[in-house]
Design a protein around this ligand. Structure first.
Ligand SMILES: Cc1cc2nc3c(=O)[nH]c(=O)nc-3n(C[C@H](O)[C@H](O)[C@H](O)COP(=O)(O)OP(=O)(O)OC[C@H]3O[C@@H](n4cnc5c(N)ncnc54)[C@H](O)[C@@H]3O)c2cc1C
Length: 421
């Protein structure tokens, strides 16, 4: 499908053009760059194309609030984070483990450290120094970057179609790695336009859905206006069998934050099934239900209920108002219902926030459409990696770990393909 002889646009030495193999990698995120590294290390010329003006924009954004590159928990626990796709992701991670990933970062002279939660961060917690060093090394290793090149599918002759601001032109290569990302934060480049391009070629793709996302709740105008942006700290959220401690934030539409992201896949699926999902919040997880009951029922004399809650239970501000918002005035004044709600406040979530706002996406190219080297069964020579595959994982470094590992696997697969007789 791809032939070196037809690569018209790359300024290379003519002898090299004939002898050396070349691979086009589309998508300069962590998955695509890892595939490019793998290939260039083995002497393959790599051309990386990306629609954006610069590489790794989502990777850099991931580094803004503290780049969480992987997780240091025991590997057996680590693997469980990929849920239903563990079977497909595990072989990828086995060839580029979280430990390999840390060592790879150390190879740039950047140390990593383990935070109190077990999350692994590069020193300084930023992505920019790592990306800078990585791009430098790739350029030195015969990786050629073509930014502002939007891939638009294939021409009839099988060449790749790219649009730039100036023109549209065809590119041929010996193999292709697609690492086009999921559908969240499209302003950073991954706009999921590839879904239609690959579906046209018969590739089986699971619909993209928001993952690690916030949810809509029908707040009253009063609550929304007063408490938007307020954090709910040191709470426990329970959905089904899963209990998580952490914090989240009241948004104008509902709720979001790390605690919610951790439960978001199950909540999203429940909303899909039954139209809504009820999340239970324990606002005082360190207190027993009995102690909360006793304090709520303690005689309050002429004091208002609000000052009673504040003085006996330390509940005030957003927590106290959330109780009133959810229970309504009548139930809020009922001590038995109030005490129960403090330990298990039911929040009705009515919709996940849109995909474009989510941290990541679920869905993508189904693993059944790929062989063991991440090559599309119906498009020989085309390998796929990263978030565009059909898997999801919570935040905590699991996303990047699988993106790197799948990029490594796709690069290895392309390398094997090049060496096929
Ligand atoms: C705010 C935020 C914080 C995050 N924090 C973390 C974190 O701390 N830890 C963690 O593990 N994960 C985190 N993630 C998730 C992580 O960044 C992504 O999972 C990861 O970047 C996906 O890598 P990828 O290479 O598959 O795709 P991307 O990084 O999305 O790269 C895809 C590339 O393909 C290009 N592209 C797409 N379509 C085309 C086209 N048609 N033509 C040419 N180029 C195209 C895009 O421009 C983009 O550069 C975070 C995400 C967000 C949004």
């Amino acid at each position: 499908m791809f032939s070196v002889a037809h690569r018209p646009r790359h300024p290379m030495h003519s002898t090299e053009k004939i002898i050396r193999k070349c691979v086009a990698v589309i998508g300069a995120g962590p998955a695509g760059l890892m595939a490019a590294e793998m290939l260039s290390r083995h002497g393959v010329r790599v051309d990386v194309y990306d629609a954006m003006p610069s590489a790794g924009r989502k990777f850099l954004m991931a580094g803004k609030g503290g780049m969480n590159i992987t997780h240091a928990e025991p590997y057996a626990d680590f693997l469980t984070r990929y849920g239903a796709r563990r079977e497909q992701i595990e072989p990828l991670l086995n060839t580029f483990t979280p430990t390999d990933l840390r060592e790879w970062v150390h190879g740039f002279g950047i140390e990593t450290f383990v935070g109190s939660s077990g999350r692994v961060f590069p020193a300084g917690m930023k992505a920019a120094p790592l990306l800078r060093a990585w791009l430098h090394r790739l350029r030195e290793g015969d990786v050629h970057f073509h930014m502002r090149h939007r891939w638009c599918g294939w021409n009839e002759d099988g060449s790749l179609r790219f649009e730039t601001a100036q023109d549209e032109h065809p590119v041929n290569a010996d193999a292709l790695v697609l690492a086009l990302g999921g559908g969240s934060w499209p302003q950073l480049g991954s706009d999921a336009a590839w879904v239609a391009l690959l579906a046209q070629r018969g590739v089986d793709i699971a619909a993209l859905h928001p993952a690690n996302c916030g949810f809509d709740i029908a707040w009253s105008t009063y609550f929304r206006e007063r408490f938007v942006g307020e954090p709910l700290k040191s709470i426990v959220a329970t959905f089904g069998e899963v209990r998580k401690q952490g914090e989240c934030i009241i948004t104008s539409n509902g709720i979001e934050g790390g605690l919610i992201y951790a439960l978001s896949a199950a909540l999203r699926d429940e909303i899909e099934r039954s139209g809504s999902a009820t999340l239970y919040l324990d606002l005082l997880p360190d207190w027993t239900a009995q102690r909360v009951h006793d304090e709520v029922h303690h005689p309050r004399g002429s004091r208002s209920l609000s000052s009673h809650l504040q003085s006996r239970l330390g509940l005030k501000g957003v927590k106290a108002n959330l109780l009133r918002e959810v229970l309504g005035a009548q139930n809020f004044a009922n001590p038995a219902l109030l005490a129960a709600a403090i330990k298990a406040l039911p929040l009705k979530l009515i919709a996940p926030r849109p995909l474009i706002e989510a941290i990541s996406s679920s869905g993508g190219i189904k693993f059944e459409a790929l062989d063991g080297h991440l090559m599309l069964r119906d498009l020989p020579g085309v390998f796929c990696a990263g978030e565009m595959l059909d898997w999801e994982a919570p935040t905590g470094g699991y996303l990047l770990s699988a993106c790197f590992a799948s990029g490594y696997a796709a690069g290895t697969g392309a390398l094997k393909w090049l060496h096929k007789p």
